[in-house]
Every structure is written in C-alpha cells, then in structure tokens.
Design a protein around this ligand. Structure first.
Ligand code: GRG
Length: 324
C-alpha cells in the first residue's frame, strides 16, 4: 500500500515555486499554473495505490480518472490561499489533493448513465465506458472516502494543537461542502430541476451548492491551514463565492460556445437536458458581463491582502478567460 499522505517534492526542473518575497510580485501566470499543477499531479500520484492485489482493478479505475489531467484549479486555489496568508505549500498540499479527489469522484459519478450519461471526460472515454458501471461507481466512492484519509493523515505527531484544530475544522468544512448540504445537495436540486423554469436566484442557489461549495472549501481550507485570521477567512469566503459563481457562468457559456474537441467533454448538453443556464436566462453578453462583475467582486474581497494574494487575483481572472 502506498503512503496516503502526499509528500512535497520540489519540481524536477528546480524552479522555486514560492512567489517573490519582497515588493509586488510579477509572476508569469502561465508558468505559475503549470508548475503548481505539476506539483499537485505528483502528489496525487501518491494518493491512490498502484494497481495491484485483489482490488487492483479499483485502483486502476481510480487512477484512470484522477490522473487524467484537468485544470487542477481547485487544488491550485487551495495552495494559493494558503500562501496568500503566509502559509507554506506543504501546509495545504494534502487538502489540495483531497479536494481534487472529491472533484474527480463527482465527475465520475456525474458521467454515469443514471446521471448525465456522458462518454467523454478530460479528453478520454469516461470511467464507466472503460471499467463498467459497477467499478466506476466504486472508483468514485473510493476517491471520495480516501480523500478524507489523505487529509486526516496530515495530522502528524509533531502537529501543534493549533494546526490540529485547523485541520479538524477543514475536514468538517470539506465534508459539509461535498455532502448533502453542498455538492451532492446541489446535484439533487439540479437533477430535480431539469425541465423546470428556474429563476435567477434559484439558479445561483443551485450553483452555490453544486459548484461553489467546493471552491469555498478549497480557498477557506487553504487559508485556514496557512494560519488565516477570522477576518481573513471571511474575505477568502467572499472571494471564493464570487469566483465559484463566475466559474459556473463561464461553464454554462462554454457549453454553448465551445466544442467537444476543445473541451474534451460533450458540449451543448444543457439545453438538450432541459436545464436552465445563465445564457438561457440572460443571453450570452449579459452572462459574460455577470462573470466579469463577479471577478471584480472577488478582487475587491482581496483588497486587504498584499502581493502574496496576486496568484488568487490571477486565478479569478483565469476562471473567466479560460477556453476549456
Ligand atoms: C452520488 C451518484 C452520485 C453522484 C454525485 C456530486 C455529483 C454526483 C455531481 C456534482 C456535480 C458536478 C459534476 C459539479 C461540477 C461542475 C463542473 C463545473 C465541473 C467541471 O470542472 P472543471 O472545469 O473540470 O474544473 P476539470 O476537468 O478541469 O477538473
């Protein structure tokens, strides 16, 4: 069995991943994102055992979806929030992995025939197309449950009481965000809302749970593990709520404007399933403006943070400028 707790290694090319210490940072955002995603990638590889033994097929299915790429936006946000308040990358790396494992489980289950019934995800056949529905369902279950094992393993014997308390609060917040009060609850509202005429505030409520809750858990968890004060956590929550919604508005826009080839997943599916979306309620231009306004709101929430929050500012801009 491989180690559950990911270890922080420096990238192979030897780049220093810390943002510059003094003055305003002038980071190369593309490079920043690439390097952070690579760091997460390596740590994720240690979170699921290699496919061996009687349950080897399960580990293979878990690794198939977990290590299939993806933007790694949520884990990078967790790391960036931790660093924005002066924490180290190591302090949030387990959280980053746990969040990505939970996000990946939600994609595997969301693609199942009983949910969205999709054939393509992250540019490759969906989990159940390769491993069958039973193993895909169990791979999702394994990723969700093991995420909490990975996070809990961050509590070491040398952990201070303050760090242990922060970890406990982060675990509770993540369970809340992923469960019936958060992502799963949001998915239920979404499924039951198919074919129904939702108002804008109902759509926002749905997405605050289905998509937004995990963004909030990533950002607030990262900040908390980095030693954030209560006031800083409040600002981080405001930032993440605005960012999460902006991300979803763009997700809806990409569904109508992009292609399966670019996205690596089926597009034009919201209308086909009778789902109310931002473009269907507001039109394309007003939806895009809403996303920009939300990014401005996210930016404002960070006004009391110094240059160490620049990656968070850039990540918000990235969430609305992205093409996939
Ligand atoms: C319990 C059977 C069962 C199912 C649960 C919880 C759940 C299914 C679904 C959650 C809904 C869901 C899939 C939300 C995510 C929405 C979203 C915008 C996903 C795409 O995220 P990206 O663009 O994807 O960050 P990558 O691939 O880049 O990580």
């Amino acid at each position: 069995m491989q180690q559950a707790k990911p270890t922080h290694q420096e990238p192979a090319d030897g780049h220093d991943l810390q943002p510059p210490a003094g003055g305003r940072s002038a980071i190369d955002f593309d490079r920043y994102l690439r390097e952070r995603a690579a760091l997460v990638e390596r740590a994720l590889g240690e979170c699921v055992p290699a496919p061996a033994g009687p349950a080897g097929r399960l580990f293979e299915a878990m690794r198939y979806s977990l290590l299939a790429g993806g933007k790694r936006l949520r884990p990078v946000l967790a790391l960036a929030a931790c660093e924005a308040v002066g924490g180290t990358l190591d302090a949030a790396l387990s959280l980053a992995c746990a969040i990505e494992m939970i996000h990946t489980y939600s994609l595997v289950h969301d693609d199942l025939p009983c949910m969205d019934d999709d054939d393509l995800r992250r540019g490759r056949p969906t989990n159940h197309k390769v491993f069958g529905e039973a193993i895909a369902t169990l791979a999702g279950d394994g990723l969700l449950t093991d995420a909490f094992k990975v996070l809990a393993a961050a509590a070491t014997s040398s952990c201070s009481a303050r760090s242990a308390q922060a970890l406990l609060e982060t675990i509770a917040e993540l369970a809340d965000a992923a469960g019936s009060a958060g992502m799963v609850g949001g998915q239920v509202i979404d499924v039951l809302g198919e074919g129904q005429a939702l108002e804008l505030d109902q759509l926002e409520y749905l997405h605050s749970k289905k998509t937004g809750a995990l963004f909030v858990a990533a950002v607030c968890g990262g900040a908390r593990l980095g030693g954030a004060s209560a006031a800083q956590l409040n600002s981080m929550r405001e930032y993440a709520q605005a960012l999460g919604l902006a991300f979803q508005v763009i997700d809806d826009l990409l569904d109508v404007e992009s292609s399966t080839e670019t996205m690596g997943k089926r597009t034009n599916k919201d209308e086909a399933r009778g789902k109310v979306t931002y473009p269907s309620l507001l039109g394309v231009e007003r939806s895009r403006q809403l996303a920009r306004d939300l990014v401005a709101r996210a930016d404002t929430a960070l006004k009391r943070f110094d240059h160490r929050a620049d990656p968070l500012r850039m990540l918000a801009a990235f969430a609305v400028e992205r093409k996939l």
